[in-house]
Design a binder for this molecule. Structure first.
Ligand code: GLC
Ligand code: CA
Length: 551
């Protein structure tokens, strides 16, 4: 396997709308990111992934692109972006853009034309089917509305939208669409961007004949949201290979495919180490456990991915992104052991095989907030979920409680920079509420505190960059069969590291085998100060085993 610079890099995801507002309109922007580049360089991350910054009516916060060649006004200008690119490069960081090419906005000129008549040359840029009103072409459900079909009165046809009706799906069977998108992406690479995160890339090819889903209805009106059916369809792999050969390869672009339904089998095809398609994929198996997980679930997922993809393909390790509640609140402990749990989760992501991803605010242990009314939510999906829950008989209180656990808006509250008003994010009321815990949890305090989550993350990121064992070392799960202490080894050449993670609020005994290993180990990084005989709650430790001989 050939080595590449990004193997030892850490990806940092920025949600520009909530990162830093530079001009006091309550919305984060590109100049705000520039202001924080020194912070990011100090943190040590290598790749900045910006969620969409293109012109958009923001039905889904930028994941509905109106113009791929322009920057959203709220975020600034093309000059601002070029400035960001130059400065980031100057500081040794790369920038990748979030390319949304499964769909566009319904306000994109292509769709406006496509919609204008059945014989418009762009009609075929999207997926249109005849049908009569109230009888959709199939039973597909959408992520943001009951049906995935919208009836167009004028032409009496339906168009497909897996997401909102303002996000019509492009027709990737049409070579004209392929050419336009390829050219657009080349244009960004020529400008100097270092690669792309490819939004829902596993769904760009639809199943032949658009068959009904045979699964039971998932929403009130009988439609079935069936992501598995929408993904990994015939023709996808050849398209990814073409993207690589025609768009990415000349520029050595780093590409990250969002593949929600991918198994290791798809990872090996789409992100093979020979570099024939994408650089890496991100799968959803860990985060799909958010409504209830056990240590065994996490271990099983890691082992299955390791055994099936090691030295064959690359995937991202993450527990957070802009679509997920905050990881400390879901996989950790957001109260008594917040700091320990935040450090533990960071340790896990940085020491497992795969490329680590950090989502803004994770490095200071930001938590979910508390929303009290539906009006406080901003996300289109939260609004849809709320209406579905209410239709299904939930009380308002129950619906809000559900959202307080799972809403994507938790990840989108402003980055907490300091203790001043609006957490130092802006001088104006922000577009979405600030988490009320900002006076305690913010960057300024943590920069000054040696024992902070932030300083711990810096150490982790540095280690990941410098120590090949974390990147290329084999993995062996040595956890006791039951119990909460996830224990594994990384083994590279003649070095062995031991990682211990107590994923629970309880102190846990250490089994014999691990105690004997510990006795022969040197501690490299831990989230407790004292040396341990038992594993305290949320204990995380990285050790080097002094001799390679494992009993
Ligand atoms: C991806 C994005 C999500 C967006 C959706 C539609 O899953 O991460 O934020 O809503 O695609 O573009
Ligand atoms: Ca602004």
């Amino acid at each position: 396997m050939e080595k590449a610079w990004w193997h030892s890099g850490v990806v940092y995801q920025i949600y520009p709308r909530s990162f830093k507002d530079s001009n006091g309109d309550g919305i984060g922007d590109i100049v705000g990111i520039i202001e924080k580049l020194a912070y990011l360089q100090d943190l040590g991350v290598s790749i900045l992934w910006l969620t969409p910054i293109f012109d958009s009516p923001n039905d889904d916060n930028g994941y509905d692109v109106r113009d791929y060649g322009n920057i959203l006004n709220d975020f600034g200008s093309m000059e601002d972006f070029e400035d960001l690119l130059r400065r980031a490069h100057g500081l040794g960081m790369r920038i990748i853009l979030d390319m949304v090419i499964n769909h566009t906005s319904d306000e994109h000129p292509w769709f406006i034309e496509s919609r204008s008549s059945c014989d418009n040359p762009k009609r075929n840029y999207y997926i249109w089917r005849t049908g009569v009103k109230d009888s959709t072409p199939n039973n597909w459900g959408s992520f943001f509305s009951p049906s995935a079909w919208e009836f167009d009165e004028a032409s009496e046809q339906y168009y497909l939208h897996l997401f909102s009706k303002k996000q019509p799906d492009l027709n990737w069977d049409n070579t004209a669409v392929q050419e336009e998108i390829f050219a657009m992406m080349r244009w960004w690479l020529d400008k100097g961007v270092d690669g792309f995160r490819l939004d829902v890339i596993d769904k760009i090819k639809k199943p032949i004949g658009l068959p009904d889903s045979t699964k039971p209805p998932t929403c009130s009106d009988g439609f079935v949201l069936d992501p598995g059916l929408y993904a990994n369809n015939p023709g996808l792999l050849p398209l990814l290979e073409e993207l690589q050969s025609q768009v990415f390869s000349d520029h050595g672009a780093v590409t990250i495919g969002e593949c929600g339904s991918a198994t290791p089998y798809e990872a090996n095809a789409y992100a093979s180490v020979d570099g024939t398609a994408l650089s890496m994929i991100i799968h959803f198996e860990l985060i799909s456990k958010k409504s209830g997980w056990t240590v065994k679930d996490i271990r099983d997922i890691q082992l299955r991915w390791y055994e099936n993809t090691w030295k064959k393909s690359w995937f991202g390790q993450y527990l957070s992104n802009h679509d997920q509640p905050r990881q400390v609140s879901i996989f950790g402990n957001e109260t008594t052991f917040r700091i320990e749990a935040a450090k533990l989760l960071g340790t896990m992501i940085h020491t497992l095989p795969g490329i680590p991803f950090v989502y803004q605010g994770e490095e200071i242990g930001m938590t979910n907030t508390r929303f009290s009314r539906i009006e406080e939510f901003r996300d289109i999906r939260a609004k849809f979920k709320y209406s579905e829950l209410i239709k299904g008989g939930a009380t308002e209180e129950e619906a809000i409680a559900w959202l307080n656990r799972f809403s994507r808006d938790h990840a989108r509250t402003p980055m907490q920079w300091d203790e001043s008003m609006y957490a130092g994010f802006s001088t104006h009321v922000p577009w979405i509420k600030v988490n009320e815990n900002y006076p305690e949890i913010h960057v300024k305090q943590q920069l000054a505190d040696k024992k902070s989550v932030l300083n711990y993350y810096k150490a982790l990121i540095k280690m990941r960059k410098e120590e090949s064992i974390l990147v290329y070392g084999d993995y062996e799960d040595i956890s006791p069969k039951d119990g909460d202490v996830y224990s594994y080894l990384r083994i590279y050449q003649d070095t062995t590291w031991l990682i211990l993670l107590n994923l629970s609020d309880q102190e846990s005994p250490l089994d014999m085998n691990i105690r004997s290993l510990l006795n022969r180990s040197r501690s490299l990084l831990t989230n407790y100060e004292q040396s341990i005989q038992v594993c305290p709650p949320w204990y995380a430790g990285i050790y080097e085993v002094e001799s390679n001989h494992i009993d």
